[in-house]
Design a protein around this ligand. Structure first.
Ligand code: 5GP
Length: 118
């Protein structure tokens, strides 16, 4: 299968505990774990357990899940002490810079962020 076909990814393996990850939060709908290649002092990925490939694949039926993911970002950011702010990024598709085709929200914090991003 092609990379963006919605097939299993490394994140599916993390959900199933087939490969290790530094998990910081989990509930019945989602998982949050530290990025293996951090771009900031705090760099965490929040992913749905449902294997949605990318944001542009979501539909109206996913609205509650998408809200839950954002509220989880807020919760995890508070848990990790990002009281001075943080950035949330969803890379989407080839030109969006997405490399893992399982929807994920990056939380980046612990340093001042620049704008525009590259
Ligand atoms: P994307 O470029 O798709 O927005 O982000 C994918 C992210 O997943 C990257 O920041 C990359 O470092 C991270 N990543 C890729 N493979 C693994 C892995 O096996 N474990 C963890 N914790 N992060 C990973």
């Amino acid at each position: 299968m092609s990379e963006n076909s919605g097939s299993d990814t490394v994140f599916g393996k993390i959900i199933r505990r087939e490969i290790p990850a530094d998990i910081v939060y989990e509930d019945n709908l989602c998982l949050a774990f530290r990025d293996v290649n951090p771009q900031a002092p705090v760099h965490v990925l929040v992913i749905p357990k449902e294997p949605i490939a990318k944001l542009s694949d979501t539909e109206s039926k996913n609205h509650a899940l998408l809200g839950h993911l954002l509220l989880t970002v807020k919760r995890v950011a508070e848990q990790l002490g990002l009281a001075n702010g943080y950035r949330v990024v969803i890379n989407t598709g080839e030109e969006g810079g997405q490399t893992v085709y399982h929807l994920h929200l990056h939380i980046l914090g612990g340093r001042p962020m620049q704008w525009p991003p590259g």
